[in-house]
Design a protein around this ligand. Structure first.
Ligand code: PEP
Ligand code: MG
Length: 855
C-alpha cells in the first residue's frame, strides 16, 4: 500500500493534517508527518532529516507519496531523497498536489490498494469537489480510471447461519476472502448495532461478536466490489466453512463430521486454551525420537514461558524501532507457517486453520496501526507499543459475552507473546510446583537449562531432533526426553497421565492400571541399574584386555563441572563456552569470562579440560550477538567464520582462557574448521594474543594444547593434512552427521537420516583416527555418539582415545567399556564399515553382543 508523508513548515499544521487524514484513511495506510524543525519547541522551518525519517517510516514497495506545503518544504523533501537508499528513492514521488485536500484524497486512494500513480492523480485532483461546489473550474482526475458504477460503494446484507457465528476460523475465512479483492470492504453487525469496520481486520471482524442469526451489512467500493460481495455471499451460504445450522426451528443442514468435532458443544464452558487446545486429545502410544534415556511416569504440564516484564523506553529512531517490530513479526510468521505445514502434513487440516487465524493477526491493521501509532507518535519502543496494542485487542475480546469469542483473547495474547519473545529474546523462568512431565512445542537450550531438575520428570517436545541442543541438555541433566512427537502432543491436557520411554522414543497417554504397573516396574529397574553404574562411576574404564580408555565430560556450566566429577569424568572433553552465556543479553566482559573459566578449571584440578572457543550460530543463538538473518544459518557465518570480522568476540575470550589456564591442563579447541587456511588464521590470531599477554608480563600456561573440532566433512576428508598443524582432533559427530547426510540435526522430519551410526559417518571417523594416529596425534569424539551405548564398541574398535559425553551418560558408558574387549571390538568396527545402513550397523552390534553374552 502506498505510504504518505506530509511535510510542512509548521509542526502543528503537519500534525493537524495527519490527524485529519487518519480519520479518513483505511487503518492500514501508513502516514507520517514531518513538520517544523527537529527541536523540542518545533520552531517553524523544514528539516530534510525529519523528512527522510518520515519517508523511511512509511516506505513501502508500492511507493511513497510526499505532499509538501511550500518553499523550503520542497527543497527539504528533495534533499531528503539524497539521504534515503537508491531503492527507496526510486519509489518516492514528490507531489505538487494541495497539502490538506491532497493528503485526504491520497489516503483514501492508497487504502484501496491503488498504485502510486493513481494515488498521486487522485491527490492532484483533490480540489475538484471544492471547485465544483463553488462553481469554479478545477483539474479533472488524470490517471484515475473513469468513474464507473462499480466504484461507488455497493451494499449487501446477509444473515449469518453457521452455529457459532463469526468466531476465529470463520472470521479468518471471511477476512481471507476479502483479501482476495482490491476493493475496500466494511462490515457492520446490524442486529447488534455495531459500527462499520474494516473487513480486512480479523480482530475488528471477530470483535463484532457476530453470532448465528445476526444480520450483517457489507459495503464494498472499488473495481471488483461486486465480485468481492458475491464471494462473501457464497462463503456465507456455505456457513463460513462450518456448514449451515438451523435457525429457529428450521431443519438442520448436515455439517461435516470433522467440523462438528471441532466445534465446542452447545453447553460447553469457556474454552480457555489457545488454538491448539481445540484439537482432539491424543490417546494411547505416541511415537517420537529418543533423545535422553530413562523412564518417567507422571502428569503432563504444558511449558508456557511468560515474557519478562516489558521495559518502556522513549526511542530516538522510530523508523528503526518499527523495523525491529517488522523483523520480529516476520520471524514469528515463519514459525507459525512451519507449525501450520507440520499439521497439514499430519492431515490435521482443521487444526492448521487455527494457525491461519494466527497469521492474520500478524497482518491485522487493528494490531499494527496502534503499534505504529505508539512507535511514531509516542516514540515508544517496539516492545511497549506492541504489548499495548495486543492488550487493547485482547481486552476487547475479554469484554465480549460469547464464551467462545472471549477465549480468543488467548490466541491474540499467544501471538503477541511470540512476537515479544522474538523482539526481546527473553523468556521468564518456567516454574513447576510439583513434579511433572514437561510438554512443549520446542525448547530453546536456555529454556531447558532453566528448568528445575528436581521437578522435571521428563521432557516431551513436538519438534527437535536427538542432537538438537535441548536434547543434549536433557541428557546432561539426566532427564528422560522424547522429541519430535509432532504437534498433536500439544493437545495433551494438563495433568494427563503419561509414561515416557526415553530409550525407545515412545510416550503412552493415560495408561490403564496394568500398563501403569508394568512401567512402574521398568522405571524401578532403570533406576536400580543407574544406581549400580553410579556406584562404580569413579573407577576407570578398562577393557577386558586391559586397555584404559579416557572417559570425559561435555559441560556447559560450573554446575556441570561439579556434576561431571560426581559422575566419574576424568576430565572435560568439551566445554561449550557459548552455553555459559545463554541467559545474558549483554556480552560478558573479559573479567567475567576469566572468573568463570577459572572456577571450572579449579573444580577440574589437574584433570585435562578442552575449552572450545565461541561456537555461536546454527541453532545456538546468543542474545548479544546479532547474527542477522541468513536463509541457511547452519551453512552460514557461524563459529570461527565470525572471528575475523568480530575480534571483539574471540580475542577477549582467548585472553581470559589463557590467563585462567595457568596452573591447569587446558586445551583450546576451535569449532567448525573446514580448511587448513582457517587453522593458520586461528593460530596466528591466538599467537597475537599470546604475544600481547607475554608483553604485559602475564605468565603463559604450560602444557597448552591446540586442537580443532572435526565436524565438517572437508576437515574429515583432509585430516591427514590438518593433523600436523594441531595437537589433537575432537570429532563433533552431531554436526559431522548433519553435514554428511545433509539432514538438519533439529528437524524431526529428517531425524531418520541424521543417524551418526550410518557407515558414511563411521568411515569418516575411521579415516580421521587413522590420519591422526599416523601423525602421533590423539583423537576424541565429543558428539553425542560417544555416549551412545551401541556406538561405544565401534568407536573403541576404531581406536578412539577419548570419549566425551554428557555427565549423566558417563557411569553407563564406563560400565559398557569395562565389559568390552578391544581386539574383538576392532574386528566388529572394521566389519560395520562395510555395511550399507545405520540399521544394519545396529543389528551387527546387537548380534555381536548376543554372541558375547552366549560365549
Ligand atoms: C558436535 O557438533 O558434535 C559438537 C559436539 O558440537 P555442538 O553439538 O556443540 O555443535
Ligand atoms: Mg558442532
Amino acid at each position: 500500500m502506498v505510504g504518505l508523508v506530509i511535510v510542512s513548515h509548521s509542526y502543528s499544521l503537519a500534525q493537524g493534517v495527519l490527524e485529519l487524514t487518519r480519520q479518513m484513511a483505511t487503518p492500514g495506510v501508513k502516514i507520517a508527518a514531518a513538520g517544523g524543525l527537529d527541536d523540542p519547541d518545533h520552531s517553524l522551518g523544514t528539516d530534510p532529516f525529519l523528512v527522510q525519517r518520515a519517508i523511511e517510516a512509511v516506505d513501502d514497495p508500492d511507493g511513497v507519496l510526499v505532499l509538501m506545503d511550500l518553499g523550503s518544504a520542497i527543497l527539504s523533501a528533495e534533499m531528503a531523497l539524497d539521504f534515503v537508499t537508491e531503492e527507496t528513492r526510486q519509489r518516492v514521488l514528490l507531489c505538487e498536489a494541495p497539502l490538506v485536500e491532497g493528503a485526504l484524497a491520497a489516503a483514501v486512494q492508497a487504502g484501496l490498494g491503488s498504485s502510486l500513480a493513481v494515488t498521486a492523480a487522485e491527490a492532484r485532483s483533490a480540489l475538484l469537489p471544492k471547485a465544483t461546489h463553488l462553481g469554479v473550474h478545477a483539474a479533472e482526475p488524470a490517471a484515475l480510471p473513469p468513474v464507473s458504477a462499480t466504484d461507488r460503494p455497493i451494499q449487501r446484507r446477509l444473515i449469518v447461519r453457521n452455529r457459532l457465528g463469526l468466531h476465529a476460523r470463520p472470521a479468518a475465512l471471511f477476512v481471507q476472502t476479502v483479501g482476495r479483492f482490491a476493493s475496500s470492504v466494511t462490515v457492520r453487525n446490524l442486529t447488534r448495532h455495531g459500527p462499520a469496520v474494516n473487513a480486512r481486520s480479523i480482530n475488528l471482524v471477530a470483535t463484532q461478536a457476530i453470532r448465528q442469526g445476526d444480520e450483517i451489512e457489507l459495503n464494498a467500493s472499488g473495481a471488483d466490489a461486486e465480485a468481492a460481495l458475491a464471494a462473501l455471499q457464497q462463503l456465507a451460504d456455505a456457513g463460513f466453512g462450518d456448514g449451515i445450522a438451523p435457525l429457529n426451528g428450521e431443519l438442520a443442514a448436515p455439517a461435516s463430521a470433522a467440523v462438528r468435532a471441532l466445534e465446542p458443544a452447545p453447553d460447553v464452558g469457556v474454552v480457555t486454551e489457545p488454538g491448539l487446545a481445540d484439537q482432539d486429545e491424543p490417546q494411547g502410544w505416541l511415537q517420537g525420537v529418543a533423545a535422553s534415556p530413562g523412564i518417567a511416569i507422571g502428569p503432563a504440564r504444558r511449558f508456557e514461558p511468560t515474557v519478562a516484564a516489558v521495559t518502556r523506553k522513549v526511542v530516538a529512531n522510530p523508523a528503526a524501532e518499527w523495523q525491529r517490530l517488522q523483523a520480529a513479526m516476520q520471524a514469528v510468521r515463519q514459525q507459525i507457517k512451519t507449525t501450520h505445514g507440520l499439521l497439514l502434513q499430519q492431515g490435521a487440516r482443521a487444526e492448521a486453520a487455527i494457525f491461519d487465524a494466527h497469521l492474520l493477526f500478524l497482518d491485522d491493521p487493528a494490531l499494527l496501526d496502534p503499534a505504529h501509532e505508539g512507535i511514531f507518535n509516542q516514540a515508544s519502543n517496539a516492545e511497549a507499543a506492541w504489548q499495548d496494542s495486543i492488550e487493547a485487542t485482547a481486552a476487547a475480546y475479554d469484554a465480549l459475552d460469547d464464551p467462545y469469542l472471549k477465549a480468543r483473547a488467548a490466541d491474540v495474547r499467544d501471538v503477541g507473546r511470540q512476537v515479544l519473545f522474538a523482539l526481546t529474546g527473553e523468556r521468564a523462568a518456567f516454574c513447576l510446583d510439583t513434579p511433572a512431565i514437561v510438554v512443549a512445542d520446542d525448547l530453546a537450550p536456555s529454556d531447558t537449562a532453566n528448568l528445575d531438575r528436581s521437578k522435571v520428570l521428563a521432557l516431551c517436545t513436538a519438534r527437535g531432533g536427538p542432537t538438537s541442543h535441548s536434547a543434549i541438555l536433557a541428557r546432561t541433566l539426566g532427564i528422560p526426553a522424547v522429541v519430535g512427537l509432532g504437534a498433536r502432543v500439544l493437545a495433551l491436557p494438563t495433568n494427563a497421565s503419561l509414561v515416557v520411554d526415553g530409550d525407545s522414543g515412545a510416550v503412552l497417554v493415560n495408561p490403564d492400571a496394568s500398563e501403569a504397573a508394568t512401567w512402574e516396574a521398568r522405571r524401578a529397574a532403570w533406576l536400580a541399574a543407574r544406581q549400580q553404574a553410579a556406584a562404580a562411576s569413579q573407577q576407570g574404564a578398562v577393557t577386558t584386555d586391559g586397555v584404559h580408555v579416557e572417559v570425559v565430560a561435555n559441560i556447559g556450566s560450573v554446575a556441570d563441572a561439579r556434576r561431571a566429577i560426581e559422575a566419574g569424568a576424568e576430565g572435560v572433553g568439551l566445554l561449550r563456552t557459548e552455553f555459559l552465556y545463554l541467559n545474558r543479553d549483554t556480552a560478558p566482559t573479559e573479567a567475567d569470562q576469566e572468573e568463570i573459566y577459572r572456577a571450572i578449571f579449579d573444580i577440574m584440578g589437574q584433570r585435562p579440560v578442552v575449552a572450545r572457543t565461541l561456537d555461536v550460530g546454527g541453532d545456538k543463538e546468543l542474545p548479544y550477538v546479532n547474527l542477522g538473518h541468513e536463509d541457511n544459518p547452519f551453512l552460514g557465518a557461524r563459529a570461527i567464520r565470525l572471528y575475523q570480522e568480530r575480534p571483539d568476540l574471540i580475542e577477549p575470550q582467548l585472553r581470559a582462557l589463557l590467563r585462567a589456564a595457568v596452573g591447569h591442563r587446558v586445551r583450546i579447541m576451535f569449532p567448525m574448521v573446514a580448511t587448513a587456511d582457517e587453522v593458520a588464521m586461528l593460530r596466528s590470531q591466538l599467537e597475537r594474543v599470546q604475544r600481547e599477554l607475554a608483553g604485559a608480563g602475564v605468565p603463559a600456561p604450560v602444557d597448552l594444547q591446540i586442537g580443532i573440532m572435526v565436524e565438517i566433512p572437508s576437515a574429515a576428508v583432509m585430516a591427514d593434512q590438518l593433523a600436523p598443524t594441531v595437537d589433537f582432533f575432537s570429532i563433533g559427530t552431531n554436526d559431522l552427521t548433519q553435514y554428511t547426510l545433509a539432514a538438519e540435526r533439529g528437524n524431526p522430519r529428517v531425524a531418520y537420516l541424521a543417524d551418526a551410526l550410518h557407515p558414511a559417518v563411521l568411515r569418516l571417523i575411521a579415516q580421521v583416527i587413522k590420519a591422526a594416529h599416523a601423525c602421533g596425534r590423539w583423537v576424541g569424539v565429543c558428539g553425542e555418539l560417544a555416549g551412545d551405548l551401541t556406538a561405544i564398541p565401534i568407536l573403541l574398535g576404531l581406536g578412539l582415545d577419548e570419549f566425551s559425553m554428557s555427565p549423566a551418560s558417563i557411569p553407563a558408558a564406563k560400565q559398557r567399556l569395562r565389559a568390552l574387549n578391544r581386539r574383538a571390538a576392532t574386528a566388529l568396527a572394521q566389519s560395520v564399515l562395510m555395511l550399507d545402513s545405520a540399521q544394519a550397523v545396529r543389528a551387527a552390534v546387537r548380534a555381536a553382543e548376543a554372541e558375547r553374552a552366549g560365549a
